[in-house]
Design a protein. Structure first.
Length: 187
């Protein structure tokens, strides 16, 4: 049985280094693991209980919920916007946290990682994402972290997938999340 990872990227920019990290994770996935980079976060309306009505949930939000339901584990790749999590990623978490008591994130293993321009690699945003995902019901893997600083200069001429240090760290993250997902599926 294949283990399914869903990667959500908090940057909508076409040349996003976090998107490149997510795509690299998909390429590094070991046999028996499929990492799917989710497309469509930009189309999801801001969360509003008035439009989150059973049988009438906006199609883009339902698509996200369905994709998460099919996943065994989640990877959140986040840049840092003004010291915190990007709105598009927070909005996805808000949609996934509902309906109350039946979160789509459930007890799925979740790893939060990413890169940012600052000297700490976006740790504030990652901490905020872990907090929000945990409150939403996800099983945040606090011991699985990857913060890559200086993204604008580090990846100016090098794709993250061509950086040996990043590849080694990302491979370790994927293997550790795979272990958690396999243990959760066996339970």
């Amino acid at each position: 049985m294949s283990v399914q990872f869903l990667a959500l990227v908090g940057s909508l920019r076409a040349g996003s280094h976090n998107r490149q990290l997510a795509e690299t994770a998909a390429k590094l996935a070991p046999a028996g693991t499929d990492v799917h980079v989710y497309e469509g976060l930009a189309e999801i309306p801001f969360y509003n209980e008035d439009i989150d009505v059973a049988g009438n949930v906006p199609a883009a939000a339902q698509k996200l919920r369905d994709a998460v339901a099919e996943a065994d584990a989640l990877l959140f790749f986040t840049p840092e916007y003004n010291g915190t999590i990007p709105a598009v990623l927070k909005n996805a978490i808000d949609w996934l946290s509902r309906p109350y008591g039946a979160s789509g994130i459930g007890d799925k293993p979740v790893a939060v990682l990413g890169t940012a321009f600052g000297q700490y690699g976006g740790v504030w945003a990652q901490d905020e994402a872990r907090k929000a995902v945990g409150i939403a019901g996800g099983k945040v893997l606090e011991d699985v972290k990857l913060s890559i600083p200086g993204s604008v200069t580090r990846f100016a001429e090098t794709h993250p997938g061509d950086d040996a240090e990043v590849v080694a760290q990302l491979t370790e993250v994927i293997e550790r999340v795979h272990g958690h997902a396999g243990a959760a599926a066996a339970a």
